[in-house]
Design a protein around this ligand. Structure first.
Ligand SMILES: Nc1nc2c(c(=O)[nH]1)N=C([C@H](O)[C@H](O)COP(=O)(O)OP(=O)(O)OP(=O)(O)O)CN2
Length: 139
């Protein structure tokens, strides 16, 4: 089994806020991340696909095709957007990295199978700040 990885980049704004809580509780739990006027990040999205190399191409998946797919399905929808307001797949969801990465997985896993039937999404790493990132294996 070979693991191949593509990295893409986008900028997005968001706010961590639980609507069931008071403003004070949100400020207490999320601090500046609950700022009413949002805040932004330079995200990195790292996607690993696993499979066996095709005997004709030597590819598990064409990394250009994978990059284009990530751009079409995710980056074009979130880049320079507000995750809470502008992004359909994040509507009414907590805009934490944990929830964001699971929603990205739900979109990319079937899309990858469609373009490369013998390959499978293995892992996603979402980097929010130079200090903070989440990793997800779809479990
Ligand atoms: N488990 C999670 N914790 C936090 C998340 C998250 O998505 N999942 N998100 C945030 C914020 O969005 C935030 O903007 C990042 O905050 P913070 O760690 O304070 O930012 P830095 O990495 O720049 O660290 P500094 O200590 O401020 O330099 C918070 N928590």
């Amino acid at each position: 089994m070979i693991y191949v990885t593509r990295k893409e980049h986008f900028n997005a704004a968001h706010r961590l806020f639980n609507p069931a809580w008071s403003e004070e509780k949100n400020q207490e739990v999320f601090g500046p991340c609950a700022n009413n006027n949002w805040h932004g990040h330079n995200f990195e999205l790292i996607v690993t696909v696993k499979g066996k190399p095709d005997p004709d191409t030597g590819f598990v998946i064409d990394l250009k095709v994978l990059g284009d797919l990530i751009k079409e399905k995710i980056v074009d929808k979130v880049d320079h957007k507000n995750l809470n307001l502008d992004v359909d797949f994040m509507k009414d969801k907590m805009a934490s990295c944990e929830i964001f990465v699971t929603e990205i997985w739900k979109i990319l896993a079937p899309a990858i199978q469609e373009v490369a039937s013998t390959a499978q999404l293995h892992y996603i790493k979402l980097v929010e700040t130079p200090k903070n990132f989440v990793e997800y294996y779809g479990e």
